[in-house]
Design a binder for this molecule. Sequence first.
Ligand code: ADP
Length: 168
Amino acid sequence: MNRRAVYPGTFDPITYGHIDIIKRAAKIFDELIIGVADNAMKNPLLSTVERVDLLKRAVRGMKNVKVESFNELMVDYVQSKKITVVVRGLRMISDFEYEFQMALTNRRLNKDIEVIFMMPNQSYSFLSSKLIKEVAVLGADLSEFLPLFVEKKLKEKFKKQLKIIKKS
Ligand code: ADP
């Protein structure tokens, strides 16, 4: 049997927490597809192309992991790939309520898709893309939290934004 799963998310930007979940899931499934949500509602800092590119670099060498973007309803995207398992990461109790609501809403939308939750190494259980952006803008050293190429991209992006703000 070919066991396949999708790990969907915004990944704005990818952190070692996401990478930890990817490595764990890649051990369980024959194929893991990382689905980068092209979701304008979340107003991401990085474009979809940038987020996909960073993820591809982060999973280079992981032979059974693929990265792509999607812009439809998550359950429709997963079904279109003939996959029935979705992986999500759970950090703390604070994730639980949101993930629980989303999993049950998605089950209403498509009863054939199961969501499984994985926990990262505890050293990443406090890490969030949102907080990373908040400290990155102030110039914090991010080497503990994400790969160097992601840190560089973030800082580049903030520099460009600052220039635009200064000009206007
Ligand atoms: P969302 O998809 O909800 O916009 P993210 O792209 O940040 O959020 O996260 C995608 C998935 O990865 C979610 O299930 C989230 O809980 C999980 N995740 C995010 N950060 C971590 C982390 N540090 N450790 C484990 N899982 C994480």
